[in-house]
Ligand binder design. Structure first.
Ligand code: NAP
Length: 303
């Protein structure tokens, strides 16, 4: 029986771990992939207060080591289901193992959204990628496209411009969600070409990606020759393991306010998996602290 069971070792989960352990609570994290969550794939972070510049990998590694140093235990395995028993304790099913906990922090984050195109799955690793920092170097000297209009897409385009002959940045609207400073930086780079008001309608090529068919909002159709497509069109929350434990909004995010309390007492949601306006590294870390301290308060008050 642990005091705080955290699902997910991203920024929110590891931050929750640090705060819970420092409250003297027995804290365990279960992570189904690698520690760090999405930030591991960011080449550089420049907006985390107090750190002028740090790579996503270095940031995540420091956070992971800090959590372990505080006494948090971390295992790598998926969670299948979480239930609350009649005593008010939680049972976390992970394969053949059942963990017991007094409180649960859901910090499962979100996964990359797919375009939903024919052959998208089959061309992953053959031109289609969701991670510019992981796969960008394979496209050295080639023409690639990035699809999306948020911070990730613009950062990916800037990153890829350093390797690739040309980067098309394709976005479905004229206005971008990305920060103005990032956009200005991308516009200054000669080998980035903005294509706005267009969606990727078809992936061309047999064995490997060779081009894209673009559908423009004005009805016109065009084709561009590229050997890589980096899809950066946002995320979908990874909340299936807790769908019968807590209420989710229609998009699948765990319903919880800034206090990180969910609809189930003793369950808290932190980071990108919860309903919120601003999904940033700093808000994920803040959620971790809020959720852990709320869990500590709940344990002291009710158990
Ligand atoms: P995002 O901000 O949600 O942007 C997703 C983009 O993809 C939007 O421009 C959206 O277009 C477009 N899109 C969505 N579905 C699409 C579809 N089916 N076809 C074509 N385009 C589609 O996602 P993100 O850029 O991954 O960022 C997620 C969060 O992380 C944001 O809060 C972001 O600020 C944050 N982030 C922060 C940093 C940083 O702080 N350095 C770095 C990366 C990400 P519309 O605009 O038309 O909806």
């Amino acid at each position: 029986m642990v005091d705080v069971f955290i699902i997910g070792a991203g920024t929110a989960g590891l931050s929750a771990g640090i705060y819970a352990a420092r409250e003297g609570l027995k804290t365990h994290i279960l992570e189904h992939k690698v520690y760090g969550g999405q930030i591991v794939n960011s080449p550089v972070i420049k907006n985390y207060p107090g750190m002028k510049e740090v790579s996503g990998y270095d940031f995540a590694t420091a956070l992971y080591e800090q959590a372990k140093q505080e006494g948090v235990t971390v295992d790598f395995s998926g969670v299948d289901q979480v239930t609350k028993d009649e005593r008010g304790f939680f049972r976390i099913q992970s394969g053949d193992t059942v963990h017991e906990a007094k409180t649960v922090v859901v910090a499962t984050g979100a996964a990359n959204r797919r375009l939903g195109l024919d052959r998208e799955q089959e061309l992953i690793g053959r031109g289609v990628s969701y991670c510019a920092t992981c796969d960008g170097a394979f496209f050295r000297g080639k023409k690639v496209a990035v699809n999306g209009g948020g911070n990730t897409a613009v950062m990916d385009a800037i990153f890829l411009a350093g390797y690739c002959e040309k980067v098309y940045l394709i976005h479905r609207r004229e206005e971008f969600r990305a920060e103005q400073q990032l956009l200005d930086q991308a516009k200054e780079i000669d080998n980035i070409q903005f294509i706005t008001g267009a969606t990727v309608a078809r992936l061309e090529g047999e064995e490997v990606l060779q081009g894209l068919e673009l559908n423009f909002n004005n009805g016109s159709i065009d084709e561009i020759a590229v050997s890589g497509l980096f899809v950066a069109i946002g995320q979908v929350p990874e909340t299936s393991a807790v769908q019968s434990l807590v209420a989710l909004d229609p998009s699948g995010y765990v319903i919880a306010g800034e206090d990180c309390r969910t609809t189930t007492e003793g369950v808290f949601a932190a980071g990108d998996c919860r309903t919120k306006d601003i999904r940033q590294l700093v808000t994920a870390a803040a959620d971790g602290a809020v959720a852990a301290l709320a869990a500590a308060k709940y344990i002291r008050a009710s158990l």
